[in-house]
Design a protein around this ligand. Sequence first.
Ligand code: GLA
Length: 389
Amino acid sequence: MQKSVYDKFIELFGAEGDIRTYFAPGRVNLIGEHTDYNGGHVFPCALTIGTYAAARKRDDRVIRFFSINQSLKGVYETSLDDLNPSEEAGWTNYPKGVVWAFIGRGLKIDTGFDMVITGDIPAGSGLSSSASLEVLTGFMLRDLFKLDEVTNVDLATIGQYSENNYNGMNCGIMDQFASAMGKKDNAIFLDCNTLNYDYAPIVLNGYKIVVTNSKVKHSLVDSAYNERRSSCEKALEELQTVTNITSLGDLSEEDFEKYRSAIKDPTRALRAHHAVYENQRTIKAVQALRDGDLDSFGKLMNASHVSLRDDYEVSCPEIDVLVDAAWSCDGVVGSRITGGGFGGCTVSIVKDDAVEAFKETLTKAYKEKYDLTPEFYVVSIGDGPTRFQ
Ligand code: GLA
């Protein structure tokens, strides 16, 4: 892919000068869903699929973008003096937002650039193609403009900031952090309140992590996401009238039950219940993995799905069919929806010799119920962003 992005760059923008190529990964979250913006823990890992770019600095203030995946849209041209988001800017609102956020932080971007991208994250799969594009853009800007003071954690927070404030999606820090801080064969145990993190080696002797793409993405995802987030914020305010906490992630299960009646609305109490219990499940799951207790890890994944389905209500019937089918298979340690929800992917831990039967069972169940064919990816955990040349 790095070659195709480079070749396309030369074809469109010429071969002269200092052309550089970059990559930033997508992510899959193993457990800890909708906990990041609630001050809880997450446990994602970077994938070996992601977004690639070829780029070169310019002498003027023009910026040109081209995406091989959306080639019909052609070259989109803008300038450093015209960085407002717009509908017609389409996907380029992501890199534009990152440029805007860099400048907003006082980082010196004093010329434009040309950038061609491509990627192998399936569209709408919930494997964070937008976060990988944001981190990729930040990584590229740091390199092109020699902004060495910017750390990889900054790349994550700048990416999130631009997504929240430029693209209007109130996401947490998980996706950008997983992309910017990925480490081969490790998942990242991140405390989203403090951004303290620890790598946990994923050594699954005899097991595979399998991502199943439902290939459905229900509309209104972003508005439902923002709604869940504000319900949790409101529940937190109510809880703060009876206990001294700064986020839902501060609460143990026992404390939540003690103070729960402060939350007036029953649906809101369910949302907060998920956030508190999911955070505790994540902490327990990482411990189980460290203890080599994969069975407990899998049970916590299953409980995560039930809570996302029933309390947080971010699953959907198509995903539930895939998860139910996974649970019915021999050799499946755990299976759950992953990512923001309302479609996208599930993540499952499956015994090596059961992977084929797992695929068959899910394909059959999904076909029967929805006449759709899922896609499967056996996950390899990769590193964070890189420059090739
Ligand atoms: C999306 C968001 C993340 C996180 C997940 C749910 O992927 O971008 O910040 O909230 O949903 O865990």
